[in-house]
Design a protein around this ligand. Structure first.
Ligand code: ADP
Length: 611
């Protein structure tokens, strides 16, 4: 990304998020850049007055003027910088919120990719390094500060290069008194700047390499750190004695981070020493040039201070601008990670058709020759699936592990689009419907459902706002009523330990809450992927018994390994190797003695009988 493009993007974003911040930064910089010059001008004036033996009163008057101007600058600067710090802090939070919001609206398919996860990591890492917007604005302010310093210094230095009154006529005096003598310090400055810029570029290259290495290392470390911290994983860590393995991984990761840091510090020292030598050579040149002019009577002694100071300010300002330029390149690169992520497009076609709100709930979903493979693999997971799901009744989806049952559901909910074929809702391709409206048709509980560390009510309503009675009713319907009665604050009780006074609930209880959440959504299709895997037999029996009431006139689709649950269903799909190989009700399917359904059923029945 080019600097100019980045600068424009940053300015417009900062103006939008924190209007007023940039003008305050720029104003502060214009004021603060004048500060050293006030000091130089007044010091030179006071020194010359002392040399001319002027009265104490007149000298003190100048001293007071200096103190007053400096105090005004310092107080103004202090006040403005306080405002900037607060604004920068808020800005940084706003940017993190933007990253979160963007992540939340990404297509599931895009989010799942390793490259996307790495992009998020980079955007965040970039912000933590040198790519945050606040620092970028500071850098812009710094450049303005330096431009002002250069202007002030040049104005101050002009008299140094004007011919003075010659008291002697030697070649040295003539050379130094000529305006062309400006080339002596100028050449020294150009040489120093070239050397300093090369050093800086070299250093930035090293930093970039270090950044790339750290993105990978921090991602790994972040993974292990969250693993340790996750107390749900804690039991596996202890039961399988995994502490040693995890600590070895962490130590090896940290050793690499440390190695990188050592290498960087070594490089920084080297470049620091070289920079100091360059600056020293330049200072010697300026001292000799200005010192000689003063010794030969071409400038006053008081002005030596002023010119040396201005000269130094000039050099430092130009050097700082070249540094800032190189820095901007690096910052732009880090910021480009943020913009790349923010500009990441969802690839899924999002239609605009509204979903017809049907009072009769007459929805028909049809899979038409649907085949699918996951984006990260070429292997077809669903092969030419053809079926119609009409509203009403209960449908079971059964099959061995890996047969494609969950994938079928994910396609139905449009978490992915088919690789081939179409899915139609009431005859229209589901891609053409507005996605938000389409997804309202489904309440889904996946196997890996997650509850938040928040109140029970918020978990059930999936929102901060909820209808108390409805939450209560759904929890009771899902079989959580008894446990709810023991909760210290009823539906307002926080679950899990992240919240203060969070109550722990068991896996089976959590599954009931997840089912209550699906019921609360009140969608026409209720899909439960392994709905009762964590429930005890009594709860499971109850859930199936009451399912008619639970789902009422809705369509329920269960994926289940418990073949006994199929008895409650009107229709059963049997999946095998990505295909629907059998459809029918329990009795019909049992008649096919060599069918997969019967095999699955008998395998489980035999197991129960043996037990
Ligand atoms: P089932 O629900 O019948 O157990 P799935 O639909 O979960 O089966 O999986 C079908 C196949 O797809 C399996 O071989 C599984 O490894 C593969 N699979 C599932 N999820 C992904 C994914 N996110 N990326 C790649 N392959 C996947």
């Amino acid at each position: 990304m080019k600097h100019k493009g980045t600068i424009q993007k940053v300015i417009s974003l900062v103006q939008k998020l924190q209007p007023g911040m940039l003008p305050v930064i720029f104003f502060t910089r214009v004021i603060s850049s004048g500060h050293p010059f006030v000091n130089l001008i007044f010091s030179a004036k006071i020194l010359d007055m002392v040399i001319r033996k002027e009265t104490m009163e007149s000298i003190m008057a100048v001293v007071w003027q200096m103190v007053l101007i400096e105090a005004v600058i310092a107080v103004t600067r202090w006040g403005l910088e306080k405002i900037i710090i607060i604004k920068k802090r808020v800005l940084s939070e706003q940017v993190y919120q933007m990253i979160c919001e963007k992540t939340l609206v990404l297509d599931y398919e895009v989010l799942e990719r390793k490259e996307t996860l790495e992009m998020i990591q980079r955007a965040e890492e970039g912000m933590n390094s040198q790519g945050d917007l606040g620092s970028f604005c500071d850098e812009l302010g710094q450049i303005l500060d330096r431009i002002c310093s250069i202007i002030y210094a040049v104005v101050m230095l002009v008299p140094l290069f004007l011919p003075g009154v010659m008291t002697q006529d030697t070649w040295l005096v003539r050379v130094l008194n000529s305006p062309f003598s400006v080339f002596i310090p100028l050449m020294a400055i150009i040489f120093s700047l070239m050397a300093a810029t090369r050093l800086q570029k070299w250093m930035q290259g090293k930093q970039q390499i270090n950044f790339e290495r750290n993105v990978k290392l921090n991602r790994t470390f972040g993974y292990f750190f969250s693993f340790i911290w996750d107390y749900a994983q804690g039991k596996y860590v202890r039961l399988y004695d995994m502490q040693d393995m995890i600590m070895k991984e962490i130590r090896s990761n940290q050793a690499q981070v440390e190695g990188n840091a050592r290498e960087m510090i070594g490089e920084m020292h080297k470049s620091g020493i070289l920079e100091a030598i360059v600056l020293l050579l330049l200072q010697i040149t300026s001292y000799v040039y200005i010192g000689l002019k003063a010794t030969l009577g071409l400038i006053s002694v008081g002005n030596v201070l002023k010119y040396i100071g201005a000269f130094q300010q000039f050099y430092m300002a130009v050097q700082s601008i070249t540094y800032s330029y190189v820095n901007m390149e690096l910052r732009s690169k880090y910021l480009s990670y943020f913009y790349d992520f923010m500009e990441l497009k969802n690839e899924k076609y999002d239609g605009t058709l509204p979903i017809e709100k049907r009072d009769d709930n007459e929805y028909v979903i049809e899979f038409k020759d649907v085949s699918f493979h996951y984006p990260n693999s070429e292997e077809m997971v669903l092969n030419h699936v053809n079926t119609q799901i009409t509203l009403g009744g209960k449908t079971a989806v059964v099959g061995k592990n890996g047969a494609g049952k969950s994938t079928f559901i994910k396609l139905l909910c449009r978490l992915y689009d088919p690789t081939e074929g179409q899915i139609l809702l009431n005859g229209i391709d589901i891609k053409l419907y507005d996605y938000e409206e389409y997804i309202r048709l489904f309440s889904v509980v996946f196997q890996d459902f997650q509850l938040f560390s928040a109140s029970l009510a918020e978990n059930v309503a999936a929102s901060k706002e909820y209808l108390q009675e409805k939450v209560q009713a759904c929890l009771e319907q899902a079989g959580f009523g008894q446990r709810l009665a023991q909760m210290p604050e009823g539906i307002r009780t926080n679950i899990y330990q992240v919240e203060d006074n969070g109550v722990e609930i068991s896996g089976g209880e959590a599954q009931k809450v997840a089912i209550a959440r699906a019921l609360y959504k009140d969608a026409p299709f209720v899909i439960l992927d392994e709905p009762t895997s964590a429930l005890d037999p009594v709860s499971e029996y109850e859930i199936y018994q009451h399912f008619n009431e639970l789902v009422e006139d809705k369509t329920a689709i269960y994926i289940s390994h418990r073949m006994s649950s199929c008895r409650f269903c009107d229709k059963i799909y049997v999946f095998d190797q990505g295909q629907i190989v059998q459809v029918g009700n329990h009795d019909q399917l049992m008649q096919h003695t060599d069918g997969i359904y019967r095999q699955l059923w008998e395998a489980q029945a035999q197991y129960y009988q043996q037990a």
